[in-house]
Design a protein around this ligand. Structure first.
Ligand code: ZN
Length: 228
């Protein structure tokens, strides 16, 4: 008991005597919560804007890219990886896997990953989030981890913005209302040509930061190409 009291007293004393600036303390407190932003369906027209917004707030995110789209814009994939974002695999063609044979599923994953090399993470997401234990197992046999809604053992609801949402205010308010420490916040910004979700992301970054959140890639996903 006494030792504990002494330790906390020493911590206070050293914080004071070492001149821990109030601003630094506030920053440490401010970074105590985490949001994992994830974008499905890119890369596309709005990916550079998304990357610029993330950069402005030192936010790192998880980008589930479609192989076929990535092949057309390899420079965007490279730039995102260099900035420390996770480049997740969202199959090659973005066709739903649930109607496919095992061989076709395997091809979608292998080709999707190949299109993102050398930056592909071990993490992947099925198109439409349509999956099954058998599909997840095919991914696992390829060393790929299926990432859907949650991180860790949280039982809270995910924060998921459907691809069709184009109302920036509604997206921002929905995320603000439902976000929590450790939430994976999924946005769609690409295939539908939907800029609204990138604009919402730009608005959410300062708002969530003011509420004490930092922005990190989904844990457990590798980041080849990032030298941070
Ligand atoms: Zn998708």
């Amino acid at each position: 008991m006494r030792a504990r009291w002494l330790r906390s007293a020493m911590a206070v004393i050293s914080a004071v005597t070492l001149g821990a600036a109030p601003a630094a303390a506030a920053t440490a407190r401010a970074a105590s919560k985490t949001v994992y932003f994830a974008f499905d369906d890119g890369p596309g027209e709005w990916t550079p804007e998304l990357l610029a917004a993330a950069d402005a707030y030192h936010a790192q995110v998880t980008l589930f890219f479609v192989g076929r789209s990535a092949e057309k814009q390899p420079e965007i994939v490279a730039r995102a990886a260099a900035a420390g974002h996770v480049i997740g695999v969202h199959t090659y063609s973005h066709r739903w896997l649930t109607g496919m044979t095992a061989a076709q599923v395997r091809r979608e994953l292998v080709n999707g990953r190949a299109a993102l090399q050398p930056y592909a993470s071990n993490c992947w997401r099925p198109p439409g989030w349509a999956t099954s234990p058998a599909i997840e197992q095919i991914g696992r046999s390829l060393g790929m981890r299926q990432v859907l809604r949650t991180v860790g053992r949280t039982s809270r609801r995910p924060v998921f913005i459907p691809a069709g949402w184009t109302d920036v205010d509604k997206i921002v308010s929905t995320v603000q209302r439902t976000v929590f420490d450790g939430a994976v916040v999924t946005l769609h910004a690409e295939r539908s040509g939907n800029r609204a979700q990138v604009l919402a992301f730009e608005r959410l970054l300062p708002v969530l930061r003011a509420r004490g959140y930092r922005f990190a890639p989904v844990p457990g996903c590798s980041r080849p190409g990032f030298r941070g």
